[in-house]
Each structure stands twice: as structure tokens, then as C-alpha cells.
Design a protein around this ligand. Structure first.
Ligand SMILES: *[C@@H]1O[C@H](CO)[C@@H](O)[C@H](O)[C@H]1NC(C)=O
Ligand SMILES: *[C@@H]1O[C@H](CO)[C@@H](O)[C@H](O)[C@H]1NC(C)=O
Ligand SMILES: *[C@@H]1O[C@H](CO)[C@@H](O)[C@H](O)[C@H]1NC(C)=O
Ligand SMILES: *[C@@H]1O[C@H](CO)[C@@H](O)[C@H](O)[C@H]1NC(C)=O
Ligand SMILES: *[C@@H]1O[C@H](CO)[C@@H](O)[C@H](O)[C@H]1NC(C)=O
Ligand SMILES: *[C@@H]1O[C@H](CO)[C@@H](O)[C@H](O)[C@H]1NC(C)=O
Ligand SMILES: *[C@@H]1O[C@H](CO)[C@@H](O)[C@H](O)[C@H]1NC(C)=O
Ligand SMILES: *[C@@H]1O[C@H](CO)[C@@H](O)[C@H](O)[C@H]1NC(C)=O
Ligand SMILES: *[C@@H]1O[C@H](CO)[C@@H](O)[C@H](O)[C@H]1NC(C)=O
Ligand SMILES: *[C@@H]1O[C@H](CO)[C@@H](O)[C@H](O)[C@H]1NC(C)=O
Ligand SMILES: *[C@@H]1O[C@H](CO)[C@@H](O)[C@H](O)[C@H]1NC(C)=O
Length: 482
């Protein structure tokens, strides 16, 4: 019943005006479709003029419209006070199930504002929340405790455009409305070293639980796009996340950071840094904070990242990362597919990570593990705090146009343990030697795979019978110049 959708209707009308052949076809379809339409919409398909805007569903007992609080969606009026008044009204309804704030079509410029618990922010089709570019409107906040540092600069950092702390039951959804950070000016100032503080994320929720973010577009964040920090029970679904693939520094798509019980699904992400980067704090600060990212499921996500990778773990992982499943992931025209990055000084662990049904389409390096990502907050890190990496499983990996399918760079101090490859067939662009690169890797290959694996791995047949035990787990065949 495609023709029942508003966009389908518009399409039909346009064709009626221009193409006689399409007109005949369309009349036929209309005649046919009208049988279904008659009872529900009484032939509204033939009415002229634009389709009426889709009504926002009622998702809370009470609903407000931003215009009720004096909001003006002209792209130049600052709506910070309207957003704050709406949030205050909803905060007053916490005992009665909270409230919903509808943002209609329009360009709603605003400075950063905070959300409240039991709140639904609903962005209608054509609604765009625009972040004000002048940094004097962006409040400074203390550094994240597990980073001890703003990340780019010492001391305080800019808060996020849409922010929340210690909240529960928050929904951000809509009919694909947009939150646009207008990051261009931030990226330029960052490059010219004109900023004295770390840039702010687009959406950041801290110490919160029961969060749903779905059916919206996030675009041009000044810094990381969606940053759930030390949160529990977070669902991220049906999002489009966009930033220029070049020249938009650190615009990661989604950064689950010390989060537990999180699902990311059905998203399209095309950004200037990692598509998704699972983190848990930085060196001695992250070790002291001690909160892992765990029980995370990522599925049915399409990513493009020409600067970094589709899905990363780290490099900040000092609270540990475990029990992550990544499945039905498609990465295209990217520098790297999936990546784990860490370094001496990080401590903690990356373990029990399952990658299933991963497709790599024109990706330079497919699977990457880097254990010398030596970027530290300050000189106070402990070089003896060595992370452990173990329990990684890759199956159903497919690809075409991949230059280096695997580069797993462990070291004597940080070896990579218990890695499994099964059902792996990746089309390569270059040559066959030294493209399955390993160093200090212990693990196994089950059944035939293409291209041929490194000698570091034990070989099993399809029935799980040992065929050849590796005697050279520690040999190094890494070539960054391939
Ligand atoms: C908000 O109110 C305006 C003006 O009354 C109306 O045009 C718009 O459709 C409403 N939007 C929503 C999302 O309810
Ligand atoms: C949001 O709340 C936090 C914590 O209370 C506060 O530090 C911050 O300044 C608030 N941000 C805005 C824009 O009001
Ligand atoms: C939502 O909007 C984005 C940006 O305009 C677009 O790329 C995407 O296809 C839209 N998603 C849906 C489900 O319509
Ligand atoms: C950064 O600090 C310098 C020196 O204190 C000051 O001149 C400049 O305005 C500051 N820039 C911003 C964006 O705050
Ligand atoms: C997780 O959050 C959702 C959305 O608020 C809620 O419906 C669900 O009950 C929560 N699950 C748990 C286990 O708390
Ligand atoms: C998101 O959109 C899908 C498809 O239109 C719809 O089924 C789902 O209910 C929407 N979610 C919310 C929270 O509105
Ligand atoms: C995402 O969209 C699908 C349909 O496309 C819908 O079934 C699902 O409920 C949506 N998820 C959320 C959290 O809205
Ligand atoms: C996968 O996600 C895309 C959006 O990126 C969506 O259109 C599609 O329906 C999803 N597929 C399933 C099986 O949920
Ligand atoms: C791993 O995470 C899944 C959810 O992603 C959860 O159902 C399961 O219980 C977790 N397993 C362990 C051992 O924590
Ligand atoms: C594998 O993932 C792709 C998306 O990348 C999806 O279209 C396909 O249905 C998945 N296959 C299975 C068997 O789940
Ligand atoms: C490989 O090096 C590790 C130290 O990282 C050592 O414990 C192990 O015995 C070595 N294994 C082989 C097969 O040489």
C-alpha cells in the first residue's frame, strides 16, 4: 500500500502533471488503490495542495507544542527560553507520567538546554533544531570523571546541545525531524586552534536510564554526535546520523561510554570519524572510575567512515568493555571496517566480543586491532597498566574490494588471545601475501577461509577437529604500508 504514504501521494501528483503515459498508469493505480482508500480517506488522494502534516502521536498523558512557550521557527530567533519553559512544564508533571514536547516543522535555533525525566521530545517531519554557533552561548561543564580532562583541552569542556543528567524515562523521537549542530564553525575553529575548551557533543545523557532515541536525524555535531555516558537500558533505533566524511573532526556517530544494556539498531551512519565507538574512560581516570561498557548489541547498521572505522572499541576503554555483539553490519567505502584500539596505560580489558554477518564493501582494512594507540590524557598514566584482549569471534564476514582483510597487532606485553574465525570470505584488491596480518595472536580458524589466515592461528576442520596446531603464535607479520 505504498501509495497511501504522504510522499507517495506527492510523487503521484507530480507525475500526473508531466507525463501522459505515467498519467494512464497512475489513473489505473488510483482506480485500483481507491478500493482501499475509499473507506479510510474518501479519495483525499485527488485533493490538490500539499498533504497535511502528519499528526504527532500522543505518547504521554500531556502534550505541548513549542509554540505554546513562544517558540519561533524562523531559523534566527533564539528559542532557548521556549525550550527551557517547556522542559520546566514537563518536569512539573513527573508524577502524572510526564509530558511530550512537539516541535513542528520549522528551523528552531537554540542554545544548549537540559531535558528532564519522563519526557518525550517529538520532532515532526520538517522540524529542525539548530544549535547556535557562537560558543559564548555554550555553558562549560566539569570534565567527565573517567577522562579527567576535557579530551581536547585540560579543564572544563563545553556541554552538549541537548543534555541530561541523572534522568530516567527519556524519549527523543519523531517523524524523522532533525537535530543539527551546525558544526562547521566549530570544526574550523578547532582546526585553527581558536578554541580553549573541548567541543561539545550534540546529544549527551549522563548517569541516566531507560532511554529511547529513535526515528530522527542527527547532523553536523560539533564533536561526538550521540554520547550516552554511564547510562543503563538505552535503545537507539532508526536513526540517520550525518556529518561530512572529510573535514568534520571527531564527529563520531554514537559513543556508548561506560554503558550497560544498550541496543543500537537500524541506523544509517555516515560521519567524519568512527561510526560507533564503544568506550569506558581514559587511562588512570577511567581505571579509577571503573565502570565498564557491557551487554551491548549492535545490529542492522550501515556505516561509512573514511577517516576511522565503522565500529570501534576504544581507544578509551579503561573501565573495560565486554559482552558486545555486532551483527548484520554493512560498512562501505571506508578506511577501516571494525577496530579495537588500546595501549599500555589503559588497563582493563576487551573481552567476549562477537562479530557476525559483517559485510565490507570497498574498505581499506577490514578487521583491525591496534595495541599501541599511545594517546594519553597526561603524564600520570601507568605504563604497567596493560589491557587484556581476549575472546573475539568473527563469523559470516564477507567483502569485496578490501585491501588488507585482517591486521591484528598484538605485542609481547599486550597479546591477543582466543580469537576465532569461521565462515570468512573476503574479496581482495591487492595481492595474496601478507594481507592477513598477525602479531602475538593466539586463536583458531574453523573450516576453510579466504584469504588464507596467518600461521599464528590453529587450524580446525568444519567438524571442529584439530588439523594443525600453530607453533608460531608470536611471529609478527604486520605491514602498515600495504
Ligand atoms: C504546533 O502549533 C502550530 C501553531 O498552532 C501548528 O501549526 C503546528 O502544527 C503544531 N505542531 C505540532 C507538532 O503539534
Ligand atoms: C544542565 O544541567 C547540568 C547539571 O545540572 C548543568 O551543569 C548545566 O549547566 C545545565 N545546562 C544548561 C544548558 O542549563
Ligand atoms: C530521514 O531523513 C534523512 C535526512 O534527510 C534521510 O536521509 C533518511 O532517508 C530519512 N529516513 C527516513 C526513514 O525517511
Ligand atoms: C581563548 O583564550 C584566548 C586567550 O585568553 C582569548 O583571547 C580567546 O578569546 C579565547 N577563545 C575563545 C573561543 O574563548
Ligand atoms: C528499559 O527502558 C524502557 C523504555 O523506558 C522500558 O520500557 C523498559 O521497561 C526498561 N527495561 C528495564 C529492564 O528497566
Ligand atoms: C518509528 O517509526 C516506525 C516506522 O514508522 C514506527 O513503527 C515506530 O512506532 C516509530 N517509533 C516511535 C517511538 O514513534
Ligand atoms: C524502528 O522502525 C521499525 C519499522 O521500520 C519499527 O518496527 C520499530 O518499532 C522502530 N523502533 C523504534 C524504537 O521506534
Ligand atoms: C535495517 O535498517 C534499515 C535502516 O538503516 C531499515 O530500513 C530496515 O528496515 C532494517 N531492517 C530490518 C530487518 O530491521
Ligand atoms: C550479554 O549481553 C546480552 C544482551 O546484549 C545479555 O542478554 C546476556 O545476558 C549477557 N551475557 C552476560 C554473560 O553478561
Ligand atoms: C546480514 O546482514 C545484512 C545487512 O548487512 C542483511 O541484509 C542480511 O539479511 C543479514 N543476513 C542474515 C542471515 O541475517
Ligand atoms: C608468546 O609470547 C607470550 C608472551 O606474550 C608467551 O607467554 C608465550 O609462551 C609465547 N608463545 C609462544 C608459542 O612462543
Amino acid at each position: 500500500m505504498e501509495i497511501l504514504s504522504p510522499s507517495g501521494r506527492l510523487h503521484l501528483r507530480r507525475r500526473l502533471l508531466v507525463n501522459p503515459l505515467a498519467l494512464l498508469a497512475a489513473l489505473w493505480v488510483v482506480g485500483f488503490g481507491s478500493v482501499f482508500l475509499w473507506q479510510t480517506s474518501g479519495f483525499r488522494i485527488l485533493a490538490l495542495g500539499p498533504a497535511p502534516p502528519r499528526r504527532a502521536p500522543a505518547l504521554r498523558p500531556a502534550a505541548f507544542n513549542l509554540t505554546d512557550f513562544g517558540g519561533v521557527g524562523d531559523g534566527s530567533t533564539l528559542n532557548t527560553a521556549a525550550f527551557e519553559a517547556a522542559v520546566a512544564a514537563i518536569a512539573g508533571l513527573a508524577g502524572e507520567g510526564g509530558g511530550q514536547l512537539n516541535v513542528g516543522a520549522g528551523l528552531w535555533l537554540t542554545a544548549p538546554f537540559n531535558l528532564t525525566s519522563h519526557m518525550t521530545l517529538f520532532l515532526a517531519e520538517g522540524a529542525v533544531i539548530l544549535g547556535v554557533q557562537d560558543e559564548k552561548y555554550w555553558p562549560l561543564m566539569p570534565p567527565l570523571p573517567s577522562y579527567g580532562f576535557g579530551r581536547e583541552h585540560k579543564g572544563p569542556r563545553y556541554g552538549s546541545l541537548i543534555h541530561g543528567q541523572n534522568l530516567k524515562d527519556v524519549v527523543i523521537t519523531g517523524h524523522n525531524g532533525t537535530i543539527n549542530g551546525q558544526g562547521q564553525s566549530w570544526w574550523t575553529k578547532y582546526r585553527k586552534k581558536l578554541l580553549n575548551h573541548t567541543r561539545g557533543p550534540l546529544v549527551q545523557l549522563m548517569w541516566s536510564r531507560d532511554i529511547v532515541i529513535s526515528n530522527i536525524t542527527l547532523r553536523d555535531s560539533p564533536f561526538w554526535t550521540l554520547h550516552p555516558y554511564d547510562c543503563k537500558n538505552v535503545t537507539v533505533s532508526n536513526l540517520t546520523i550525518l556529518a561530512p566524511v572529510e573535514g568534520a573532526p571527531n564527529t563520531d556517530g554514537i559513543d556508548p561510554d561506560s554503558c550497560e544494556d544498550m541496543v543500537i539498531e537500524n541506523c544509517y551512519i555516515c560521519v567524519g570519524d568512527d561510526g560507533i565507538a564503544i568506550k569506558s574512560g581514559w587511562d588512570q581516570y577511567g581505571i579509577a572510575y571503573g565502570r565498564p561498557s557491557t551487554k551491548i548489541l549492535i545490529r542492522n547498521v550501515t556505516v561509512r567512515s573514511t577517516v576511522s572505522a565503522g565500529v570501534s572499541i576504544g581507544s578509551e576503554m579503561s573501565g573495560g568493555v565486554s559482552n558486545v555483539t555486532i551483527e548484520n553490519l554493512h560498512i562501505w567505502k571506508s578506511r577501516r571496517g571494525v577496530r579495537i584500539k588500546t595501549a599500555a596505560g589503559r588497563g582493563a580489558y576487551v573481552r567476549d566480543i562477537t562479530y557476525r554477518n559483517i559485510s565490507l564493501d570497498a574498505v581499506r582494512v577490514g578487521i583491525v586491532i591496534k595495541t599501541d594507540y599511545n594517546e594519553h590524557p597526561d603524564e600520570g598514566f601507568d605504563p604497567k597498566a596493560l589491557p587484556t584482549i581476549k575472546g573475539l569471534s568473527f563469523s559470516g564476514v564477507r567483502g569485496q574490494g578490501v585491501r588488507v582483510p585482517v591486521r591484528m597487532y598484538g605485542s609481547e606485553k599486550i597479546p591477543i588471545k582466543d580469537v576465532t574465525f569461521q565462515d570468512f570470505a573476503v574479496g581482495i584488491t591487492y595481492k595474496k601475501k601478507h594481507i592477513f596480518q598477525c602479531s602475538y595472536v593466539e586463536g583458531r580458524v574453523i573450516g576453510p577461509i579466504f584469504p588464507a589466515p596467518c600461521d599464528n592461528l590453529d587450524r580446525y576442520d568444519d567438524d571442529g577437529k584439530l588439523v594443525k596446531k600453530s607453533k608460531s603464535q608470536n611471529i609478527t607479520d604486520i605491514d602498515y604500508y600495504l
